[in-house]
Design a protein around this ligand. Structure first.
Ligand SMILES: [Mg+2]
Length: 248
């Protein structure tokens, strides 16, 4: 079945054509953009050879490729293997070079926050994801619990000075001041991203920060799927189109 694209947004110009005009840096979300979203985050299916394909793409972009995700870098690499590309995990709180050097390191949320979310998840039949730098509640299998989960998480965030991030059937608590836009800004200020037109590709609400950062820096965002986007300039219908656009 053909997938709908974000309303009123055209497809992006082909990447080779953009590159004829100058260097391009690509910041790319993971779940829902490169791999299909699964019922719970442990159940994703990663295309074979993805690490080598990401490295080849990074080579074509003179190194200016970063995977930017809500997952931790460690979690991402559990699925891809240690691809030699830039990584920005935990919603931008954790940024690493292809050689593994940390440009920004995240800290864990307080234990009681994670414990409270785990207890709420157990009580309501939701999936609690304990992360090194945050804590998430997934309600994909119990969508009717979304509103209550959101209220619970918002109160918990307020009580502990944390920020609440919302995605597709997921609510996450993280330290404030970090988002996918802050990761773009950090990387865009240094080689090999410096001086390239920044492009952010993503399918979810948290990607809007990345779109907006690229726009501020003279680039643009590409929204994936049918969700309407406030800050993206272009849209692609789904994961296959992202792979085709990137020649991944
Ligand atoms: Mg996503």
């Amino acid at each position: 079945m053909p997938q709908a694209v974000a309303p009123n947004l055209p497809p992006p110009p082909p990447l080779p054509r953009l590159r004829e005009a100058g260097r391009v840096a690509v910041f790319c979300d993971f779940d829902g953009t490169i791999v299909a979203i699964a019922d719970n985050p442990d159940a994703i299916l990663v295309p074979p050879g993805l690490a080598a394909r990401l490295e080849a793409l990074a080579g074509r972009l003179d190194g200016a490729l970063a995977i930017v995700s809500g997952r931790s870098v460690e979690d991402l690499q559990r699925y891809t293997g240690p691809a030699a590309v830039h990584w920005a995990g935990s919603h931008g709180a954790e940024v690493r070079t292809p050689a593994g050097a940390a440009l920004s390191a995240a800290r864990a949320v307080p234990g009681p926050v994670s414990e409270a979310l785990a207890a709420f998840a157990a009580e309501h039949g939701l999936h609690h994801e304990a992360k090194a730098h945050g804590a998430a509640l997934h309600y994909r299998l119990r969508p009717e619990c979304g509103d209550e989960a959101r209220r619970f998480a918002a109160n918990l965030a307020a009580a502990h000075g944390l920020a609440l991030k919302e995605g597709k059937c997921v609510i996450e608590l993280v330290w404030p001041g970090m988002d996918k836009g802050s990761a773009v800004e950090l990387l865009a200020a240094r080689p090999p991203f410096l001086g390239a037109v920044p492009v952010f590709i993503g399918d979810d609400i948290t990607d809007e920060d990345g779109f907006a950062a690229c726009k501020r820096l003279g680039g643009f965002g590409i929204a994936v799927g049918e969700r309407s986007s406030a800050a993206a300039r272009f849209a692609l219908a789904g994961i296959e189109d992202v792979h085709a656009w990137l020649a991944l």
